[in-house]
Ligand binder design. Sequence first.
Ligand SMILES: *Cc1c(COP(=O)(O)O)cnc(C)c1O
Length: 460
Amino acid sequence: MPRNDVPNKVYLEAQELPTSWYNLIPNLPNPIDPPLHPVTFEPLRIEDLMSIFPKSLIAQEMSRDTYIPIPEGVQEMYRMFRPSPLTRAYCLEKYLGTPARIYYKYEGNNPSGSHKLNSAIPQAYYNKEAGIRRLTTETGAGQWGTALAVACAFYGMECVVYMVRCSYEQKPYRRAIMQTYDATVFSSPSNNTEVGRKILEQMPETSGSLGIAISEAVEDAASREDTNYALGSVLNHVVIHQSIIGQEAMAQMAKIGETPDIIIGCCGGGSNFAGLIAPFMGEQLAGRLNARFIGVEPAACPTLTRGVYAYDYGDVAGMTPLMKQYTLGANFIPSAIHAGGLRYHGMSQVISRLYHDKLIEATAVNQTDVFKAAKIFAVQEGLLPAPESSHAICQAINEALRCKETGEEKVILFCLSGHGNFDLTSYDNYNHGRIHDAPLSDEDLALGLSRLPKIPGIQG
Ligand SMILES: *Cc1c(COP(=O)(O)O)cnc(C)c1O
């Protein structure tokens, strides 16, 4: 029997709020491979990261503890917008005519408009504690830059954002909100860094990429004593912070007596998906859950579904550590699709390991299908979703329609990672028939992969 005794929105009482993050890494059946120094190729040491990160975050990056306490100073800011609601998508279910029960965890309910604030807050907090007064970062779609600007403003720190050029031009209001929170925003590649000037000389017309913007932000941070760098996805400590999504979702599902059969998230660097699935995967690995986990990526940037599992850099200049991950090559520049937050060549180590070990699935979808799903969701659920999040919606709808065919009453849970209120140029393009599919060609794929780093004795 379909259950209709569940309220539309499930919240948590104060005493039910998670007080620790969940780290999946110590519970993986196969360990992640050690990150390597970008120049010596030796296993990375704590000292190698100290010019851009505080010790506390490096410790989290390397932590093998399952539960990591959330500092009170972080919980204080979390409480301004958390718990985020878990919503039963009754209207969407009815529209689709599916026997499936669809739930979404909405992370757009905060001033940054996405889940990114969940990590921006602790990153600013730990840096401030370590005596740092200025943070640099990159931003693709603008959500991460906004989140860090909000967090820095809250803790009274300076924020410098290198914004990928195509987003800088497509999304003037994203820049405006960052500046409202007193961040300094540069269009990347910029004249502000050596790497930026070099790229501008070689490719003056480039639309930019996250890889380039990361190189600029790291160079800026490494060259100043009072400045550190903050990354919005991919790294272990970011994934750990995002587990607040899964920790809450698990408590909320338990509260209404539901267990998810299918858990879905969109994948850029993998942080919202990893954060949602972390504690559920812990249950699965302990034999207490039997769910499918599906990461959804754009066909224009199909890191998991068409990339390779190899050591690669996080940036174009090769300044970041080498990490074993699914990658399309650090030099790969995806076409300027509208889900800017999903235009990244690599993937978090934990998602990569889980995918390589076939513990999660992945699928790639085209952006015309994504916007079609976004519009259905906007009408049925009354929320305008981010194009990134709409990748997850698209797959959730696909799974719900499969349930309609088979008559199975599955429980589907997905992460609605952000709202689309700053993506109206994209929606305008869709409404006027100007959104086209841009699947990655075999030639571009081969070109990106041909430039993977050669590491003596490890990777030929
Ligand atoms: C950045 C972003 C993503 C992609 O990043 P992940 O690290 O893969 O979560 C997805 N959705 C939204 C709304 C974003 O801002």
